[in-house]
Design a protein. Sequence first.
Length: 252
Amino acid sequence: MASVSPAIQAANAVFASIDLSDYDAEQGRLMQERCILVDEEDNAIGAADKKTCHLMENINKGLLHRAFSAFIFRPSDGKLLLQQRASEKITFPDLWTNTCCSHPLDDFQDEKIEKDQLGVRIASSRKLEHELGIPREQTPVDAFQYLTRIHYLAPSNGTWGEHEVDYILFLTADVTVTPNLNEIKAYKYVDKAELQTMFQDPTKAFTPWFKLIAREFLFGWWDELLKRKGPDGSVCAKSLDGLVDGTKLVKM
Ligand SMILES: C=C(C)CCOP(=O)(O)OP(=O)(O)O
């Protein structure tokens, strides 16, 4: 473990000064979860609560943490499941985005396992249940296909933002969605053309990471997924194994 970085030291000072009482109480409580802090090569270097990690004041000093972005596709037709974030979310409220995003937590030993990206796959299954009510048996950790990791920074508003190493995971599964309305206000399955139409619609806004991933990777990978259909016509995320050199960390 590296010595405490200046970014972490500075973050601890800012942490004390931000009051969450004007925000949704449950989302405020979730800000106590402890994210895994990483350096620019994605080496774990410590932990800090979610609030500390998402304050722009800390991000601007270099504080960086680990995250995941999960994309669920329906096996029968290859449509992607999107969610719209709830108005209660403290960061990026009301925006449309991929199926589920969150963080592997330092609070759970198994979410810190780096081998084969097991920790982020476990965290992804946990959060798909928390946010979309998808039973965990419908999202087995072995069924997730890891694609790559991206390092990006994006402000939400003046106070909050994201600065993460984000693991991109695809999953093909038939899922039962029971939305947690404190997390998501809507959900929708889309094909590629429907998603393009949504992107053109001025009444719809999207998270910055979803726009980035869509612009750089999503449509190409989605094409491959559809091309690699099985004999029964269904798509399988595991068919993308080896498509991308997942050892690289892509800086965006
Ligand atoms: C942006 C990424 C990739 C992780 C953060 O996602 P969220 O903001 O949705 O995380 P939670 O608050 O739901 O844990």
